[in-house]
Write a protein that binds this ligand. Structure first.
Ligand SMILES: Cc1cc2nc3c(=O)[nH]c(=O)nc-3n(C[C@H](O)[C@H](O)[C@H](O)COP(=O)(O)OP(=O)(O)OC[C@H]3O[C@@H](n4cnc5c(N)ncnc54)[C@H](O)[C@@H]3O)c2cc1C
Length: 447
């Protein structure tokens, strides 16, 4: 029921701020897909609240709900048998300059936030490959960028507010709730519907991006750490052919006293034109390269805000392994190159600092992430994933929560020593399973 019909039917006048405490968010039922289009959500209805109190009443009034962010996940993690709730209208950005912190509404995307904090002299520690994703949805899945000393994006969260299953607002913070906060930050959408997130800020900085071409894999055997430490954020791309990284993207902070990058880098040569990670794709969609310095938020992502990131119609998979076994893991995957390459747009290799967040793929492990951007050919990709997972099994792979994988739930259990504690935390805020969905059931609750 909309607000005016409610007023007529009830015959009473209630201030609209009070009214929003009783009314549900507006619901629509048009079919919805994720960003890539590989998944049509099965949830019949989408609820779109405009205030935190509308989120509260919506949560109170429904038995099953799942939050939907900017829809960039490739699997059913944001799906529901019943309702999705998208707080995209919660767009507040409040900077606390003295506390070096920003509080954002859960509808805010990194691309909305970056220029606002930069204008006030602040920056985030890192960004993912694209700025288009929501903060609440990115931290849910431990979304990450690269950098040997850079934790995933959830490591910058100092607190967040959410609506628990009973409709109450809860605020958890790193300082006031240090024990459960480490469990809650990578929340997988399982605790409730986030309404606000607080992020750590640091003084703004400039970054210059330089690309090198054709780095032999043989260089990784003894120089893996040196290569990934050569910049603030480093990515290697490969098509798995000819035993080489096709491109190395080195993002260096101007305020870090680095040595000058030369024309040659571990056998690779410096690119003299701007590159797209997928060979043959136009580079206009990519952030500035060629060593030209610019603001952190226009260099740390690979892709620009107003352009389609990556390929567009694609699938993605990513596995985290310990960095100290990274070279072995790369060589193990390489043995499948003749099967992988025909299905692949590109592979990216990145590093992520170890953290203490219970459900983070980098939990207590400095990690190498081996990522695959696949062509949209799911039946064939579905066949090769178990083979890659079997090659990576000796390294204890942890799949990215938001991407496509086939590792069974009981095997995932073994990779997350705090999973039992996370389930207990979820049960505390959601005792009836209001926020559970098939994805969580399969991957977290199958044993
Ligand atoms: C082109 C492309 C590039 C990508 N690059 C990277 C990358 O560089 N690094 C990386 O790690 N990942 C990357 N990803 C994956 C992406 O970061 C994750 O899928 C991320 O979780 C997407 O966030 P979202 O806002 O789209 O959330 P959705 O996909 O909509 O949802 C993800 C999860 O967040 C939960 N959620 C969303 N909002 C809320 C809320 N308000 N309250 C509670 N739960 C909520 C959902 O329930 C769901 O569980 C990429 C994806 C694409 C499509």
């Amino acid at each position: 029921m909309d607000k005016s019909r409610f007023l007529k039917a009830s015959g009473i006048t209630i201030a609209s701020s009070m009214l929003s405490q009783f009314l549900d968010a507006q619901a629509t039922s048009a079919p919805r897909t994720n960003w890539s289009g590989n998944l049509t959500y099965s949830a019949p209805s989408l609820l779109e609240p405009h205030t935190a109190s509308e989120v509260q009443s919506t949560v109170r009034n429904h038995h099953h709900l799942r939050a939907l962010g900017s829809r960039h996940s490739f699997n059913g993690i944001a799906d529901s048998i019943d309702n999705q709730i998208a707080p995209a209208a919660l767009k507040s950005i409040d900077i606390d300059s003295s506390g070096r912190s920003v509080m954002v509404g859960s509808g805010v995307r990194y691309g909305d936030l970056a220029s606002v904090i930069d204008a006030k002299g602040f920056a985030l520690h890192n960004l993912a490959s694209l700025p288009h994703i929501s903060v609440a949805g990115a931290i849910a899945t431990a979304t990450h960028g690269s950098g040997i000393d850079n934790g995933n994006l959830a490591t910058a969260v100092s607190g967040f507010e959410f609506v628990a299953a009973n409709g109450e607002l809860v605020y958890l913070s790193r300082t006031d709730h240090p024990d459960v906060f480490a469990g809650a930050a990578v929340h997988l959408g399982a605790l409730g519907i986030l309404t606000r997130v607080a992020l750590d800020l640091q003084p703004t900085y400039q970054v210059a991006q330089t690309v090198y071409l054709d780095l032999p894999f043989a260089q990784l055997e003894h120089h893996l750490i040196d290569i990934f430490s050569s910049g603030y954020s480093v990515s290697l791309f490969t098509d798995w052919q000819q035993s080489r990284a096709t491109q190395v993207w080195i993002k260096r902070r101007s305020d870090h006293s680095d040595t000058v990058l030369g024309a040659e880098f571990y056998g690779a040569r410096r690119a003299s034109v701007k590159m797209h990670p997928i060979l043959g794709h136009p580079a206009d969609a990519c952030t500035e390269q060629l060593g030209i310095p610019g603001p952190w938020y226009e260099r740390l992502p690979h892709f620009r805000m107003n352009f389609t990131p990556s390929s567009g119609s694609e699938l993605q998979t990513e596995y985290f392994v310990p960095l100290d076994r990274g070279y072995e893991a790369i060589r193990a995957v390489e043995t499948l190159r003749e099967r992988i390459t025909p299905l692949l747009f590109v592979t990216e290799l990145r590093t992520i600092a170890a953290d203490d967040l219970w459900m983070s793929m980098a939990h207590q492990r400095l990690s190498l992430a081996i990522h695959f951007t696949w062509k949209p050919e799911w039946p064939a990709v579905r066949q090769i994933l178990p083979e890659i997972e079997s090659k990576l099994a000796p390294f204890g792979p942890r799949p990215h929560w938001a991407k496509l994988f086939t590792i069974p739930g009981p095997q995932l259990d073994r990779q997350y020593p705090r999973l039992g504690d996370f389930k207990a935390l979820a049960a505390k805020y959601d005792p009836t399973g209001k926020f559970r969905n098939e994805y969580l059931q399969t991957n977290l609750y199958s044993t």
